[in-house]
Design a protein around this ligand. Structure first.
Ligand SMILES: NC(=O)c1ccc[n+]([C@@H]2O[C@H](COP(=O)([O-])OP(=O)(O)OC[C@H]3O[C@@H](n4cnc5c(N)ncnc54)[C@H](OP(=O)(O)O)[C@@H]3O)[C@@H](O)[C@H]2O)c1
Length: 284
């Protein structure tokens, strides 16, 4: 496959901001000092190649991951679209501002581009949205969204004052986990709310699947690239593979060049059919 990089496909958020369809995850990074140099190198390689959307969370490594991301983006902050997440326990009216300050401090920045509620878990949606909106007014965050919200959660959110300002929903989505396609994705599509797909390789299981191997071989591409290209081919989906190896980061970036044919898509559709009955969203 060609390694020539064309323009990165972009996704428009509801506030009109364009973000790269292919970003970088960071879960499990920053936990072992022995891997720090490689992890920073991988993230910087990805940024240089246009994968400037970086997803992290206060929960990852109990703050260690945000610190690593803070190191990785030094000198490149203006290029990066920085996403972090707050756990529901910290999303109450007072705690949210503190949680955000903590993330900003660890990330060594003065604002987040996108701040997500990591999962719902009984969080009071009116107070979470109110807190997000205050942070936005103060310039600490540019936009906010949610993660692991199924259809009913999104419907509840839209009923809350300013709930319709939600920028995205970050969900488990890959060829083996197509649950969101049953009801959530069409609902979001109708409202121009893009999805952000996490765990694109299904914990590696996809990379061993014969159908993925066949398509990869037909294009002299890698299996990971097929998994990513399929997601990039979906409507309004951002994808955030995590790579702590710079070679993986380069390989993932090149997935945006892979054009799956109708025949490839049909093969993958047969091997990984979409849900045929009501199915709930799964969580990693
Ligand atoms: N909102 C949520 O609840 C939630 C849940 C899970 C994940 N996430 C976010 O989504 C991101 C991605 O999900 P994930 O970390 O679960 O899994 P993932 O990105 O599907 O997989 C990461 C694994 O794939 C490997 N890998 C990366 N590129 C590869 C390539 N080109 N070829 C072969 N292997 C490759 C990585 O290895 P190396 O590290 O050695 O390069 C790592 O072992 C997370 O990092 C996190 O930011 C969010």
């Amino acid at each position: 496959m060609s390694t020539l990089h064309h323009e990165m496909p972009m996704i428009k958020l509801p506030n009109g901001v364009l973000v790269p369809a292919l970003g970088q995850g960071t879960w499990r990074m920053g936990e072992d000092p022995a891997h720090k140099a490689n992890e920073i190198k991988a993230l910087r390689t990805g940024i240089d190649l246009g994968m400037t959307l970086i997803d992290t969370a206060e929960m990852y490594g109990s703050g260690k991951t945000e610190r690593l991301v803070g190191d990785a983006i030094q000198g490149a902050r203006e290029k990066v679209f920085l996403v972090s997440k707050v756990v529901p326990l910290h999303a109450g009216r007072l705690d949210l501002a503190n949680a955000c300050e903590g993330s900003l401090r660890r990330l060594r920045t003065d604002r987040l581009d996108l701040y997500l509620l990591h999962w719902r878990n009984g969080a009071s949606l009116p107070s979470v949205v109110d807190g997000f909106e205050r942070l936005r007014e103060q310039g600490k965050i540019r936009s906010w969204g949610v993660s692991n919200f199924d259809l009913e959660d999104m419907e509840d959110l839209r009923k809350v004052p300013h709930g319709a300002e939600v920028a995205t929903n970050q969900v488990l989505y890959n060829l083996m986990n197509r649950e969101c396609e049953w009801a959530l994705e069409p609902w979001c599509r109708a409202r121009d709310i893009p999805l952000m797909a996490y765990t694109p390789f299904a914990d590696g299981a996809l990379l061993r699947h014969p159908a993925v191997i066949r398509v990869a071989e037909a294009h002299s591409a890698t299996r990971a690239q097929v998994a990513l290209a399929w997601l990039l081919n979906q409507h309004a989906v951002m994808v955030i593979p995590k790579a702590s190896d710079a070679r993986h980061a380069r390989e993932n970036r090149a997935a945006a060049e892979l054009r799956l044919t109708t025949e490839d898509l049909n093969q993958l559709e047969r091997a990984f059919p979409p849900p045929r009955r009501a199915t709930s969203l799964k969580v990693a």
